[in-house]
Design a binder for this molecule. Sequence first.
Ligand code: NAD
Ligand code: AKB
Length: 312
Amino acid sequence: MKKSLVIGANGQIGSDLVFGLANRLGAENVIASDIREGNHGEVQFEILDILDAEKLKQIIEKNNVGTVYLLAALLSATAEQNPMFAWKLNMEGLFNVLDLAKYKIIDKVFWPSSIAVFGPTTPRDNTPQTTVMEPTTVYGISKQAGERWCEYYHNKYGVDVRSIRYPGLISYKAEPGGGTTDYAVAIYYKALQEGKYECYLQNDTYLPMMYMEDAIKATIDLMYADEDKIKIRSSYNLAGISFSPVEIAEEIKKHIPDFSISYTPDFRQAIANSWPKSIDDSRAQEDWGWKEKYDLTSMTEEMLKGLKEKLK
Ligand code: NAD
Ligand code: AKB
């Protein structure tokens, strides 16, 4: 069996995806890699800077890699602090992987897009798969350009590239890496550690979110769906749960009655205001049978249970 390589494996998604892939394929068929040292149990680990195309090719050829999951990127909030580097990392990293698929050195690519591809002129409620896309962040611009390039490589060179526009992802294994939706993870840590949380978004800011277990299932389902079922080669809309800071706080209070939240919006408010409130993912449902499992109540139970264990 050809192996699967996860690039950016130490991050929020990679930490869970490596585990999910190892469960499905066996640890010996998965390789984790990142620019910084990491530990993924029985899974082989390699240090790799995605901007080093030569080393990427060497790792792939030496280890008989067939599928690459490219997760290395700068996220929305961090990218605004260093726009030109974010553009370089997010775009060159993608080209380095797509070109290996173009020359048949690998067979399949997963590359994540984001709800950040949408902008203030996009309809914000139940945002359709195909709609106005005028992102205002460098992160969103890089994701939109990435989607166009993925579709182009598929149409022009037959590259089997698959993608999801993830909403904000919520998990406890690894902390998030600098996004606008990170508050919805931090709030659980602070609720358990301090009983209070100061939120950088306003109380009524609705954003599309998803529990990590659902996101990993969606990713693996998409990657193992029959090729003729994948009709969209830019990126699929994916919906999970839509909620505001006040709603997640109310849910946490059911478990921690004294929990309190305050609101001090910062630069991330403008980013959140430019993104959808909820997403229409009917194409993912129709094409490859997507259905989420978690709602706000069940996700909160899982987050508090998992974090209590982690913070012991
Ligand atoms: P993260 O920031 O948590 O992890 C990124 C990982 O990439 C880090 O471990 C980092 O060390 C590594 N990395 C950075 N530069 C690298 C380089 N040059 N070479 C190799 N590795 C490098 O990000 P994440 O949340 O896991 O997101 C992964 C992907 O999913 C990104 O493309 C992101 O845009 C996308 N996404 C994430 C979310 C979310 O809510 N987490 C939502 C939408 C899309
Ligand atoms: C971010 O907030 O930047 C990410 C995303 C939705 O892409 N979580």
